[in-house]
Design a protein around this ligand. Structure first.
Ligand SMILES: [Zn+2]
Length: 110
């Protein structure tokens, strides 16, 4: 998987290496690297949103009083990022995928 870095951060690191004690050739090379970083083509990169599947009790979904019902099982799961409910598969089981199918959040929070 390709990794991405922030252009401004890379340029800052290069500029930090420029020192009066460097040789002219060293500082020239750093200027060339800086120029190359500033002129490289950029790609669109979206920040990763992290989330988790949060269980929702039936009492929260229906408003039932769990004391009257005598039980309060998990009635569903929602994405912590977008609050949309997880989908069901053809066996009526929740699909707790690694990414939210609605917002794309990566489900790796604890
Ligand atoms: Zn989501």
């Amino acid at each position: 998987m390709p990794e991405h870095i922030e252009r401004a951060a890379a340029v800052k690191i290069v500029l930090r290496q420029r020192k009066p004690t460097n040789s002219v050739a060293q500082n020239r090379m750093l200027s060339i690297i800086q120029h190359d970083l500033l002129t490289m083509c950029a790609t669109d990169v979206a920040p990763v949103v992290h989330g988790l599947w949060m269980p929702i009790r039936e009492s929260e979904m229906t408003g039932w009083d769990p004391a009257v019902a005598g039980r309060d099982p998990i009635g569903g799961y929602i994405c912590s990022a977008c609050k949309v409910e997880a989908v069901y598969d053809c066996n009526d089981e929740f699909v707790l995928s690694k990414y939210c199918p609605n917002c794309g959040a990566k489900m790796d929070n604890e």
